[in-house]
Ligand binder design. Structure first.
Ligand code: PHE
Ligand code: NA
Length: 520
């Protein structure tokens, strides 16, 4: 079985594909507004702490889970987690742990992409608008342009389906000719665009107010402000680490399942992290926040979700060469999003191949239709309700884009570090260009990382309760009662998808490892 699996074509291709997986809208769209709205410099302290305590150890765990699972022919999380958990517990218990992991990975890959594909569509649409000067006319505010965009089917639906079709065609061609080939083109271009934009950003003065400048904006995120530290910013920072590194989603494991049994895991995971952090902290941080600061001042950087699609187009309108820089910006976002979404897409294709024996090209079509179905409510909410609240997206993102990632991270670290234990360290180090010292594994993987994730989960739960996300009518929809059905719809979808995911992975594991589960 294992030799029928495809492998990565080259080391550089693998690293670029993994970087493509991690570097996404999270780096350029989510990170800047998370950092800005959580106190800038105050955010960066817990951010780096979480990178060390959670990001690095869990990344290693996921590469290890994936390569090990791939050896047994698995590209999905249920059986991968089962295989390592069974080393330290009864197969029946491992079956439950694996099924929970598989459930979350299924929920994340299906539902995060239901809205993420949408946003990729926006970036493609906005690239088009930039190239054609579509938002340059100051008669309409950029906020109004955006609202009009998401409410107009010929824009919102068209670019979404186009982006999705592009993903489908890429995935259809397989690991080397599809995913790896695209990453080798898109990732270098992305870094070049990012560097051009960063240089432009740093050399910009403020045309608006002599007190504002991009340097002040840089200062804002780099000046550690211990006084502004808070639990809220720490939670946001740790959540960002999960999201940006693509951990707790199952997609790093899936990519790692196409490694050869003795391919290095240690240095490659660190390389992936470095490429992601460069794109996030250096490029994402330097481009967005400083430009926004120079043009919009301290208030402007707090623009939240609208930073990329509303605040920046406003800047491009007034800046010299704005149309060119706007195009570079939105194409960069598109490449970032595309190479991440492809990983989620491939996870579901791998699931169909592995569990239902569907051929890749057919599986790619099935997943395409699946993404259209789960994406429709996200696209239709603004169109049908004539609002721009995006409550369906918010509800889905709160659970599968944030909360459940932490739960999956906890399951993985327990299965690998506690249940498989020292054998997992041996396995991780096999073929490694560097070796993880056992003190590191004992201190981080066994103690600090599970503790940090457990604390994060505890406080996130508390935070969700106080924010009213557990309430029958979540707080963010209280002011717009006509949107309550959309939130309820999202909840029904969430519960259904998770239930299907659980049953699916339970069946997958129990049919493949029937004997040992029944006899032990
Ligand atoms: N790491 C990705 C990012 O930063 C997260 C992601 C991957 C989201 C795949 C969606 C799909 O954007
Ligand atoms: Na990222």
């Amino acid at each position: 079985m294992s030799n029928s699996r495809e492998n990565w074509g080259s080391k550089i291709g693998l690293i670029l594909a993994m970087a493509g997986n991690a570097v996404g809208l999270g780096n350029f769209w989510r990170f800047p507004y998370q950092a800005a709205s959580n106190g800038g410099g105050a955010f960066m302290i817990p951010y780096f702490a979480a990178l060390l305590l959670i990001g690095i150890p869990v990344m290693l765990v996921e590469w290890n889970l994936g390569r090990y699972g791939g050896k047994y022919g698995h590209g999905t999380l249920g059986p991968m987690v089962y295989l390592q958990a069974r080393e330290g517990t009864k197969p029946k218990t491992a079956l439950i742990i694996g099924s929970l992991a598989g459930m979350i990975a299924f929920g994340v890959t299906l539902l995060v992409n239901s809205y993420y594909n949408q946003i990729i569509g926006w970036t493609l649409g906005y690239s088009f608008l930039s190239l054609t000067g579509g938002y340059m006319d100051t008669a309409q505010s950029t906020g109004a342009v955006f609202v009009n965009y998401i409410q107009t089917p010929s824009l919102a639906i068209t670019f979404w389906v186009l982006a999705l079709a592009g993903l489908g065609f890429a995935v259809m061609r397989g690991i080397q000719k599809g995913i790896e080939a695209w990453a080798k083109i898109m990732m270098p271009v992305l870094y070049v665009f990012g560097i051009i934009l960063a240089i432009r950003s740093l050399t910009i003065g403020s045309p608006v107010n002599p007190d504002w400048s991009s340097m002040k904006g840089l200062n804002y995120i780099w000046n550690p402000d211990f006084a502004a530290l808070s639990w809220k910013s720490a939670l946001a920072a740790a959540g960002q680490i999960f999201f940006t590194l693509s951990i707790g989603m199952g997609i790093i494991c899936n990519y790692a399942s196409y490694l050869k049994a003795d391919d290095d895991v240690v240095v490659s995971s660190l390389a992936t992290i470095s490429l992601n952090e460069f794109a996030e902290v250096i490029l994402g941080g330097t481009v967005v926040i400083p430009i926004a600061y120079a043009f919009l001042g301290p208030e402007g950087v707090g623009a939240g979700v609208g930073l990329s699609f509303i605040a920046l187009p406003n800047v491009f309108r007034t800046m010299a060469g704005g149309q060119i820089f706007g195009s570079l910006w939105f194409l960069l976002l598109f490449f970032a999003g595309f190479t991440s979404a492809i990983a989620m897409y491939n996870y579901l294709v791998a699931l169909l191949e592995e569990d239902l024996g569907v051929a890749r090209s057919k599986a790619a079509w099935i997943v395409f239709i699946g993404y259209i179905i789960v994406g429709l409510p996200v696209a239709l909410e603004p169109i049908l309700t004539k609002t721009a609240e995006l409550v369906y997206l918010t509800e889905v993102d709160n659970w599968v884009g944030s909360y459940l990632l932490i739960v999956l991270g906890l399951i993985e670290i327990i299965a690998v570090a506690w249940l498989m234990g020292d054998r997992a360290l041996e396995e991780m180090n096999r073929g490694g260009l560097w070796q993880i010292p056992s003190w590191f594994f004992n201190l981080f993987h066994k103690v600090l990382t599970p503790a940090a994730i457990a604390i994060l989960l505890f406080f996130s739960t508390r935070d969700y309760i106080t924010a009213g996300y557990f309430k029958a009518i979540p707080s963010f929809v209280e002011k717009t009662p006509q949107l309550i059905p959309w939130v309820n719809g999202a909840r029904i979808v969430l519960v259904t998808v998770l239930a299907v995911g659980f049953i699916q992975s339970y069946k997958s594991i129990s049919s493949k490892y029937k004997e040992e589960i029944e006899t032990n």
